[in-house]
Design a protein around this ligand. Structure first.
Ligand SMILES: *[C@@H]1O[C@H](CO)[C@@H](O)[C@H](O)[C@H]1NC(C)=O
Ligand SMILES: *[C@@H]1O[C@H](CO)[C@@H](O)[C@H](O)[C@H]1NC(C)=O
Ligand SMILES: *[C@@H]1O[C@H](CO)[C@@H](O)[C@H](O)[C@H]1NC(C)=O
Ligand SMILES: *[C@@H]1O[C@H](CO)[C@@H](O)[C@H](O)[C@H]1NC(C)=O
Length: 500
């Protein structure tokens, strides 16, 4: 028997190898997504963060190790795998100071953006929030304006103060927590340049307003910085099979914030893509599937924006749609789906294609006996760059630091009045932060959409009418961090710091 078996086995093996893989089907693909595997990957990713000072932020060893770890797991016989390097120009503050009447303040932060320099002039306190031209008296000309945080973006305060003739700006905080403020770009506020500015803590700011009163005090504001150009990379894996002229992209980001391991945000999307990519190898596809692991999402969607702003027009024309998966395992989750048709949240990005993707996810949750709700389709995640070049997008998001409502508790369980993810952007976003039941559902929603569109894009608006893409960049040009582009909206909240 044994001998016979040994003789038969190689023949059987070659028969099995020769048999073409069956065309992917949602239920079959979903059946080979395992909770235990998702859990094992979360532990591995958490261990990467743990042995790298608790973070996987881009540019750190923890992020490079994350990229190696992802690449090791992608089956190379099934996918063409590419590492797309790009540069990011970081602002490094060298000296930021505010000195008033000879006293140097202690709670001072530098803005990202704005001119590099030093100004010395009388400091005057501006009533209101300094958001409107009418807030500034004519006497502010040649002076440093002191304004309160609130009511409008920092860039707007800076632009209005500058337009009124102020030579410098101090913004003081309206709450005791520290933050890294960003000005954005001057053209957003109809000026060509910002004025030198610095950010002051709440207590010192309040004391200063008192001390200055309606008069003025001699002051110096220093904002000295340099740029540091650093490299990072996206990982792009495309199925060898399937029509290479009709590609479905799926994206998740690989970096965490510096403050934490980022296992839900967005380790969960990264892990789900690894597991779905592995499971897909048991099947064949009609349309190519391209998994993208984006870098530097946390600094303003830089990896995905790099990809979409440098992709040649002919290559962009081959991408049917982009699916986005970020935070797929929030502990106090809700199942929210980007409102691609703009039926709940009016959106300039709404389109027929994005509406069809939304419906695909709605149908998945419904068939699985689960509720789902729409969430703003506002371009504040890695799908933004795709929308900018006319590619429809959609995806699932399980909530960040926003607060669960009573109504959402009825639909999804969990705890109303508490954040969807209390560990959002924090050190406790580790393997124990995840809801693994929700995680399995999230990964299966990814498998379902990829199986459906990997089989057929019938009825989907594709090919699209030829479009001239803008904005285009040179791939060698470094990206500039812009935190204001982070996750935002009803279920997200403001991690960005451009908004006062
Ligand atoms: C910039 O100017 C345009 C056109 O005058 C105006 O519509 C817009 O509100 C201005 N933006 C800001 C931030 O002032
Ligand atoms: C800012 O000014 C300092 C001192 O003048 C200089 O060393 C530094 O290179 C400048 N930074 C930039 C980005 O120009
Ligand atoms: C994680 O993914 C979600 C869903 O796409 C996204 O909204 C969020 O911005 C991502 N996290 C961060 C920190 O950007
Ligand atoms: C990144 O910058 C370095 C140094 O300026 C340069 O040598 C390298 O080619 C750049 N990389 C890319 C991908 O543009």
């Amino acid at each position: 028997m044994k001998t016979t078996g040994l003789l038969v086995l190689p023949a059987l093996a070659s028969l099995v190898a020769a048999a073409p893989a069956p065309l992917v089907e949602s239920n079959k693909l979903r059946r080979v997504i395992y909770r235990s595997e998702l859990q094992a990957r979360a532990k591995e990713l958490d261990n990467i963060a743990k042995r790298n000072k608790g973070t996987r932020a881009w540019g750190t060893p923890g992020h490079w190790e994350t990229l190696d770890w992802i690449e090791q797991q992608i089956p190379k016989e099934y996918y063409n795998v590419e590492r797309q390097y790009f540069n990011i120009s970081r602002t490094i503050h060298d000296e930021i100071s505010i000195t008033v009447d000879g006293v140097a303040a202690t709670q001072v932060n530098g803005f990202t953006g704005g001119p590099n320099g030093t100004v010395s002039a009388p400091l005057v306190a501006i009533p209101n929030f300094g958001c409107d031209a009418s807030d500034y008296p004519a006497t502010v000309a040649g002076k440093i304006a002191l304004v309160h945080r609130g009511n409008c973006n920092f860039g707007q305060k800076n632009a209005r103060a500058g337009t009124a003739g102020a030579v410098g700006l101090v913004v003081w905080n309206n709450d005791p927590t520290s933050l890294t403020p960003t000005l954005g770009t001057p053209d957003l506020y109809n000026v060509t340049e910002f004025i030198v500015s610095a950010f002051l803590g709440q207590a010192e700011g309040a004391a200063l307003v008192e001390k200055v009163g309606t008069g003025s005090l001699p002051a110096t504001v220093k904002a000295l910085f340099h740029y540091s150009v650093e490299s990072t990379a996206n990982i792009i894996a495309t199925t060898k099979g399937g029509n290479q002229n009709s590609i479905i992209t799926s994206g998740a980001h690989t970096d965490s914030v510096p403050a934490g391991p980022g296992i839900n945000d967005n380790g969960s999307g990264t892990i789900a893509q690894i597991e779905v990519a592995k499971a897909l190898t048991k099947f064949s596809v009609n349309n190519a599937i391209r998994f993208c692991w984006w870098a530097a999402e946390e600094d303003g969607l830089l990896g995905s924006e790099h990809y979409t702003s440098t992709i040649p027009e002919a290559e962009a024309a081959k991408i049917v749609m982009n699916l986005n998966f970020d935070m797929l395992a929030s502990p106090n989750y809700l199942y929210s789906i980007y409102d691609g048709d703009g039926s709940t949240f009016a959106s300039e990005y709404a389109s027929v294609g994005s509406g069809l993707i939304e419906q695909t996810f709605i149908d998945f949750f419904k068939a699985d006996g689960k509720s789902s709700v729409p969430t703003e389709f506002d371009g504040r995640s890695d799908y933004d760059g795709f929308l900018q070049v006319g590619i429809p997008a959609g995806g699932v998001f399980m909530g960040a630091e926003g607060i669960k409502t009573e109504e959402e508790q009825k639909l999804f369980g969990g705890t109303a009045g508490k954040p969807y993810d209390a560990c959002y952007h924090a050190a406790c976003d580790d393997e124990n932060n995840l809801d693994y039941g929700a995680f399995v559902t999230g990964a299966k929603s990814m498998a379902d959409a990829l199986a459906k569109y990997g089989r057929s894009i019938e009825g989907f608006p594709f090919p699209r009418p030829a479009a001239k893409l803008k904005p285009r960049r040179l791939a060698e040009e470094p990206m500039v961090p812009n935190r204001a582009k982070g996750k935002h909206g009803k279920h997200g909240g403001c991690s960005q710091t451009q908004e006062a």
